[in-house]
Design a protein. Sequence first.
Length: 309
Amino acid sequence: MIVAAPDDWAGSVSGGCVEHAVIDEALGSLVSSSPQVVDYGVRDETAWSAGLSCGGRLRVLVETFPACALDPGTRAVGRALLDALNRDTPVVLASPMDPGVPGPFLLDGHGAPVAPAGRSADPEIAELAGRLLRAREPGVYENPVGRWFLQPFPPRDRLLVFGGAEIAVRLIPMAHAVGFETVLVDPRRVLADGRRFVERPSHLVTDGVETALARYTPNESTYAVLLSHEPALDDPALNALLRSPARYIGALGGARTQEARRERLRAAGFGDDAIARIDGPVGMPIGAATPAEIAVSITARLVEVRRRS
């Protein structure tokens, strides 16, 4: 959650239970520039004003965003973070959790110091930062000096959608809603016409699968779904995706379509272990029938795979 003024904020830290109290704390932090950890739980007298009536407990770190800090060294860390985000470079931000603890500082994907300049490497925090980045989960590092909150910023999750039929039209806004960047790949211009889409894909590629995969090289943050029903489009994509570290590969089609696809891949030299990476029929088995329902099932599978650790 980010707060700039009483009526200028975005995001949330709960289901609405403590947001107004967090805003007050954040506005105080803007004045003091000191980090603090605020505890919220069930308290009879405040359960409906600044407590969790559901019975839970929430600890919130309130800090000034580094790029907005008064200290030049802290601002340099903030600028380095923004630069990494703009370049989609994985980093981990270590924020002090208590007043007087040195920081913040920024680590790269291997846990090596990025900013501020001159910071020495710490093998213990580097190992933890790398692990959190791979798990895409935050964590706390503590030593005799103090505590730091480690927030990983992994590469952007990207969904490659091969085929612009009606399922893709429904899938793209759902994928955006759960945080994916989308790339629609379809040389059939009538299906790739952006005017058809409720919400346009982040990127559109109409000049071939090879161009798309060269421009958006699959990595561990790549998810791909094949929706075209056209071997001429699906097979070149699968040939490249199965040789890549893509995190998820799903393909539309019933039993006969899936078996025909497997036979073509075996003929192309792929073994059963490689072919087993393909989730087909694509999506969660929820009995989906309409394009919108199938898009829901695919989105659910993407979330399940992303959260699986």
